[in-house]
Design a protein around this ligand. Structure first.
Ligand SMILES: Nc1nc2c(c(=O)[nH]1)N[C@H]1C(S)=C(S)[C@@H](COP(=O)(O)O)O[C@H]1N2
Ligand SMILES: [Mo]
Length: 252
């Protein structure tokens, strides 16, 4: 008799637990659906839902803190560089009215006045070569060889100290179709160059003639080809791929 009572109690307990598990399961499905529905109603910020953008921003500040000015990309011997580097991305390069002979780099200073700088003037500054593993977020990488002027030397030469004290650099193609925003710390890395040479020769048109950015601590998206204008800001300049939902920072 005693046995039966115990069994009965166990069975009741078992039934109750199954019921609880069942209810919890459906409540969780409900919560998951409600969260998803809520997210759909959140505004977009820079191409990502606001709460997710917040997550990206937390990542970003974490990375900027971990990232020190001395953390350089690995360099390679000239012999390791690809002879025929891959061409990827032509936004901002298709403008048929672009006249390479008339190109000048526009530098918008913090007070609003603009410097116009020719390629010959840039070539008079000390030349820096860099051979590094170029990485694209699409999943390919390649050792490539570039030459140009260090961004930090460029800032010194053109007396851009007030601008250098600002937090971000914005760069735009002459036709405004491609644009990047980059933190000043990364721009001032000694490996970051305004590049006018690839494999010791003038930049090919499709790789950004006459001037592109090479910034080895960042993924390919930030290496803007054919820079038209450089500007400075304490708020994030527009960034083509960040607006499509990619991480603004994209360092590695
Ligand atoms: N103007 C411009 N610059 C650009 C791009 C672009 O579409 N337009 N694509 C970027 C991307 S995604 C990569 S991976 C590199 C590729 O450089 P490459 O063509 O020299 O390989 O350029 C970057 N710079
Ligand atoms: Mo890329």
């Amino acid at each position: 008799m005693k046995e039966i009572i115990v069994d009965d109690k166990n069975a009741r307990q078992y039934k109750r637990r199954s019921l609880i598990a069942f209810v919890v399961f459906f409540v969780m499905i409900g919560v998951a659906y409600a969260s998803w529905a809520w997210l759909q109603h959140q505004p977009n910020v820079d191409g990502a839902k606001a709460p997710l953008r917040k997550g990206l921003e937390v990542n970003e500040s974490l990375f900027s803190k971990l990232f020190s000015k001395d953390k350089l990309a690995k360099e390679y011997p000239v012999s390791a560089a690809s002879k025929t580097p891959r061409v990827n991305g032509d936004l901002g390069l298709a403008d048929s009215t672009f006249d390479a002979a008339k190109w000048k780099l526009h530098v918008i200073k913090s007070k609003g006045d603009t410097l116009l700088i020719t390629l010959d003037e840039l070539k008079k500054l000390p030349k820096q070569d860099i051979i590094f593993d170029f990485k694209c977020i699409e999943g390919w990488n390649q050792v490539t060889h570039w030459g140009g002027v260090r961004f930090s030397d460029f800032m010194k030469k053109y007396q851009l100290a007030p601008e250098q004290a600002m937090q971000y650099v914005g760069m735009v193609t002459p036709d405004s179709k491609y644009y990047v925003g980059i933190d000043m710390k990364s721009m001032l890395q000694p490996q970051t160059i305004l590049s006018y040479e690839m494999n010791g020769a003038s930049l090919p048109m499709n790789q950004g003639y006459p001037l592109r950015l090479i910034i080895p601590v960042k993924y390919g998206v930030k290496h803007i080809k054919r820079i038209g204008t450089i500007s400075f800001a304490n708020t994030k300049p527009r960034d083509y791929w960040a607006e499509k939902g990619y991480d603004y920072y994209t360092g590695h």
